[in-house]
Ligand binder design. Structure first.
Ligand SMILES: Cc1ncc(COP(=O)(O)O)c(C=O)c1O
Length: 398
């Protein structure tokens, strides 16, 4: 019997092979073009194959690929300086390769801080329902989604969950064993839900009042996606102590980082953490080049302008199809359409593929979009036209 392919069956991709990409457009091996409004789930911030990033990585490839952190990598000094320059609360950075690894380190940093301050009984991390932090053991336990925990042995101790946005439940959960509160300022997988500004400020105060560290997971909502460099920057007075980032910061090159205040990072001393690949010269070439683009005022202004236009058009679609679309959610170019009928998010995603538009889904019956941040208004209009065709088809099928 033929063996089929040799990949784990954790994914079931459609029968399409993409061969190359440019901006928000992908081309298959048979020459068909697709409009990409999910961008590797908020990764290709600068679109596909951006020339300046490709040039930076190619140049580095001709010089030095890998050293390990036994030796200083100048690109790390440069990029950490840029991150901390633009974040008043931030002083220290550790580079990783992915989002979930960055979350691991963010949580380790918080627990280690409490330990170093003589409060070793404080190791609980409080998180919110609907959260997603990646697929390592700590990340699935921190998020607490039963779907992702099933079959992987006993739950790890030290993780507490409260309903999303329930401030009373959160206050009740805080105790002498709390090390940190972990939250996505805009929940991605949970249904593209932005936390209201007063919540972020409330979290900051709650943490200050109780010697707790505040950790933001900006893996999906950071790197310019919401129209600010980092999503929490929309809210004055809602700064974290520790932030995990990834996805867009590498623009497609595997890169993550933990950014922390001097105080929060002070007990992460030699021997407490390490990585072979994290922050290698190639990743730093990509990370520096991406950051130079997205931190530019004009770039973020573009994200705000094009996302406003896109969201207005989506609100128009909601008015046009009230029996299908319940809500337009999210922030900037992290956008969700919550559907009326259960399961319609998946139906719409499947139909969108037939219309050569790539979108994703999220919890809470949401159709998720996270296009490259460099999309033009014409790209956004084209996506809306294709979505209109999708919803017309669903309307007549009902
Ligand atoms: C908010 C958030 N945190 C963490 C992760 C995990 O990142 P990675 O898949 O790079 O490990 C993701 C990935 O989707 C995410 O959306």
């Amino acid at each position: 019997m033929a063996k089929g392919n040799h990949l784990f069956d954790c994914y079931s991709p459609p029968d399409i092979t993409f061969e190359r990409g440019q901006g928000a457009w992908l081309t298959t091996d048979t020459g068909e073009r697709y409009l990409d409004f999910i961008a590797g789930i908020a990764v290709n911030a600068l679109g596909h194959a951006p020339k300046d990033i490709a040039d930076a990585v190619t140049e580095q490839m001709g010089k030095l690929w890998h050293l390990s952190n036994m030796f200083l990598v100048p690109g790390q000094l440069e990029l950490s300086e840029k991150y901390c320059r633009d974040l008043p609360w931030a002083d220290k950075v550790f580079f990783q390769n992915s989002g979930t690894e960055s979350l691991e380190l963010a949580m380790k940093t918080a627990r280690r801080y409490q330990y170093g301050e003589g409060r070793e009984q404080r190791y609980d991390i409080i998180g919110f329902s609907g959260a997603f932090h990646g697929r390592t053991f700590a990340a699935i336990n921190a998020a607490g989604n039963p779907k992702y925990l099933e079959g992987f042995g006993p739950r790890l101790p030290g993780f507490i969950h409260v309903p999303f946005g329930d401030h009373d439940a959160l206050e009740a959960a805080v105790s002498e064993t709390t090390a940190a509160i972990l939250v996505e300022p805009v929940q991605g997988e949970g249904g593209v839900r932005a936390l209201p500004p007063e919540c972020l400020r409330g979290l900051r105060k709650l943490c200050d009042d109780n010697d707790i560290l505040l950790i933001y997971d900006e893996v999906q909502c950071g790197a310019g996606r919401t129209g600010q460099l980092w999503a929490h920057q929309w809210v004055e007075g809602g700064e974290p102590d520790i932030m995990a980032v990834a996805k867009g910061v590498g623009g497609g090159f595997p890169l993550g980082a933990v950014i922390a205040s001097e105080e929060a990072a002070k007990h992460m001393v030699p021997g407490t953490h390490g990585t072979t690949y994290g922050g290698n010269p190639l990743a730093m070439a990509a990370g520096n080049a991406v950051y130079d683009r997205i931190s530019d005022d004009g770039f973020l202004e573009h994200v705000r302008d094009v996302s406003n236009m896109f969201r207005q058009s989506l609100a128009g679609l909601k008015d046009e199809f009230p029996e299908l679309i319940n809500d337009v959610r999210g922030k900037g170019l992290l956008v969700g359409l919550q559907m009326v009928n259960p399961g319609d998010n998946l139906v719409a995603k499947t139909h969108a593929l037939e219309h050569k538009l790539l979108v994703g889904t999220a919890g809470d019956n949401v159709l998720r979009m996270a296009p490259p941040l460099v999309i033009s208004e014409a790209d956004a209009r084209e996506a809306v036209e294709r979505l209109r065709a999708v919803f017309r088809g669903m309307e007549t099928a009902e």
